[in-house]
Design a protein around this ligand. Structure first.
Ligand SMILES: Nc1ncnc2c1ncn2[C@@H]1O[C@H](COP(=O)(O)OP(=O)(O)OP(=O)(O)O)[C@@H](O)[C@H]1O
Ligand SMILES: [Mg+2]
Length: 600
């Protein structure tokens, strides 16, 4: 997928409001926290009630004790009592708010923790075809920034919205109760607010979309330049890349400024309108008070309630952006969670028994998802391997060798034909039982951060240190590991960057052996080690794999010379097979490859 398509997809999500389905799925994550939710609702309601009570006390204080008093002493003690009650209510409200925040954090963090775990588990379960078509940056941003933006809203925003909503409703109800004519007078500012809010929503949505789109360009530029920093430096592209980044980045700053400007015009508008409302009340309400149609205390309380009415509107406006972005994030997260793995256990599948090692490909044809329809990557490939044989796959670059290995481990499934192990169709067996018996040393040699010992036990965490040492000694990789800074305890940096390519290969190799596979696949597993080390490994393998089937893929033809059977691939088809001598005598594709190899 090209970057622009990718960004278009991101943008499409940024435009989306949350669908009902997504909302329900999100609610499902909140369900386990029902108890906290009920508590939270109760705390919020009481905290809001307490804050709405405040102005009531002020009103009573003014009307009962200040405006129309006969005894100054009684008035003073009365007003003091009211202020004590006011304080008590204030503290109660504060306590309730603390409890409210606590429960809301518990809900948000609990649910997000679960969701993050679900996303991680789901990513691991997806088939390789998904990773072929999805950029790494996008997958990571699902589990990282998307969950964070949802987290922000769930933990803080939702609660604020709830408080604001309740306060708004309460203030509205109280205002209406006081004096309908005052309410009517204040309502004259509401149409302005409604129109401004509508304009704001449309404009901020548009600006926000443009911002998200550009943000995703900044992220991919960053990600690509960090992982490709070696190549950047090797080609002295720093200045040029910086120049490109500068453009993307300043465009981002512009769009950010634009979005922020819209906010900063709208947000101060609310206190301003609130102020206009206050002025209207002061004038008109003062008039009513003088005519004794309302009391002074009521007028004072009304003005405070008016503030309580506009406050939540402002909070909601502030939160609008976060809610929008969280809605888009949850759409993206659940879209990822809905992606089904392509390779799955069929309902009828049973475990594959301990493998003997007979492998059969029957007319296997395969193409990747992105391969054009008129092309096959493997075309009607058939061969049979007997238990304990060492088979070599040779052929030029891109001829389909790695693809055969991937099909055998069922990372992909062929479009037609069958693959059988010990007479059992792979489709009738469970993936776990198959992969636990197959060891692959891939061309990538990916190592994880952690010690070398931990890496070696990756495929069989229950292995003892002694078993690991034994495997390394048999393969002849023990000395190499001991030669490292701290031997088996040497820390491997991310992706194994602190090791040489050959060292990484030897460790990957040993890692595969520690897992005790029944079938071993070596995909260019020794291409980066020197010939002498390679021949030590070969001898060890012959001993270790006397009774087990192994596949060796290698360009260096000296590696495959002693294979029991050599399969020669050309453009996805097997064009020849036989032993080294037989194939040389044929003077076909293999002898061509061999001549090229010897000449080098
Ligand atoms: N994940 C993928 N998605 C799409 N096409 C792929 C994918 N992996 C490989 N291909 C294509 O399939 C063909 C066979 O690739 P494969 O990796 O099997 O070759 P190979 O024989 O292992 O080559 P090499 O010697 O370079 O490792 C190539 O044309 C390649 O471009
Ligand atoms: Mg390959």
């Amino acid at each position: 997928m090209s970057q622009d398509q990718d960004i278009a997809l991101e943008e499409q999500f940024a435009q989306k409001r949350m669908s009902k389905q997504t909302f329900l799925r999100l609610m499902a994550y909140l369900r386990p926290y029902k108890r906290q939710f009920v508590l939270n609702l109760a705390f919020t309601t009481f905290a809001t009630a307490s804050s709405l009570l405040g102005p009531k006390f002020i009103q009573v204080g003014i009307d009962r004790f200040l405006t129309d008093f006969t005894s100054a002493e009684a008035a003073l003690s009365g007003i003091l009592m009211v202020s004590v009650i006011y304080l008590v209510n204030l503290f109660a409200g504060w306590f309730l708010s603390v409890a409210q925040v606590k429960t809301s954090i518990a809900i948000g963090q609990g649910a997000m923790n679960d969701l993050r775990k679900a996303v991680f588990a789901h990513i691991q379960s997806l088939s390789l075809n998904f990773f072929d078509r999805t950029r790494q940056g996008r997958i990571i941003s699902r589990a990282d920034s998307d969950i964070n933006s949802l987290d922000q809203v769930l933990t803080w925003g939702a609660n604020q919205l709830l408080s604001s909503g309740l306060t708004l409703l309460g203030a509205c109800a109280i205002l209406l109760q006081y004096e309908w004519r005052l309410c009517l007078a204040v309502s004259s500012v509401l149409p302005i607010l409604a129109v401004a809010t509508r304009i704001f929503q449309v404009r901020v949505l548009r600006a926000y979309r443009r911002l998200v789109e550009q943000g995703s360009r900044v992220t991919s530029a960053l990600a690509e330049n960090v992982s490709g920093v070696r190549v950047v430096q090797a080609f002295s592209r720093e200045d040029l890349n910086l120049e490109r980044f500068r453009e993307i980045n300043s465009e981002y700053a512009e769009r950010f400024t634009e979005a922020a400007r819209i906010f900063h015009v709208y947000i101060p508008l609310i206190p301003m309108l609130s102020g206009v409302g206050t002025a209207i009340i002061l004038g008109y309400g003062g008039h009513l008070a003088m005519r004794h149609e309302i009391t002074v205390g009521e007028l004072a309380a009304f003005i405070i309630y008016l503030g309580m009415f506009f406050g939540p509107i402002q909070t909601m406006g502030d939160l609008y952006n976060s809610v929008l972005s969280a809605a888009a994030s949850s759409e993206r997260i659940f879209q990822l969670l809905e992606t089904r793995p392509q390779v799955i256990d069929l309902p009828s599948a049973g475990p594959l028994p301990r493998i003997e090692g007979r492998v059969r490909f029957e007319n296997v044809s395969f193409r990747y998802e992105t391969t054009p329809d008129d092309k096959w990557i493997l075309h009607r490939v058939s061969f049979e391997i007997l238990p304990g044989q060492m088979v070599a796959l040779v052929g030029s670059t891109g001829s389909g060798k790695t693809t055969i290995a991937s099909l055998l481990a069922r990372f992909y499934e062929p479009q037609s034909g069958r693959i059988l192990i010990d007479g059992l169709d792979l489709m009738s067996t469970t993936i776990g039982s198959l992969r636990s018996q197959i060891g692959i040393v891939t061309q990538e040699n990916f190592l994880f951060s952690g010690s070398i010992m931990e890496n070696l036990k990756f495929g069989r965490p229950s292995a003892t240190d002694e078993e690991v040492l034994e495997a390394a000694q048999m393969l002849g990789t023990h000395e190499m590991i001991l030669g490292l800074k701290e031997g088996y305890q040497t820390e491997v940096s991310e992706r194994g960057g602190n090791l040489s390519a050959g060292e990484r290969q030897l460790i990957s190799f040993t890692r595969a052996m520690v897992a005790r596979p029944r079938i071993l696949i070596l995909d260019e597993a020794t291409s980066a080690v020197d010939s002498q080390t390679e021949s030590v490994i070969q001898n060890a393998l012959e001993k270790l794999f006397e009774k087990r089937t192994s596949f060796v893929i290698a360009h260096r033809l000296s590696t495959v010379r002693y294979a029991d059977q050599i399969l020669v691939l050309k453009d996805g088809e097997i064009v020849e097979s036989g032993s080294h001598e037989e194939l040389l005598a044929k003077k076909g594709r293999y002898s061509e490859l061999h001549e090229e190899f010897v000449r080098q």
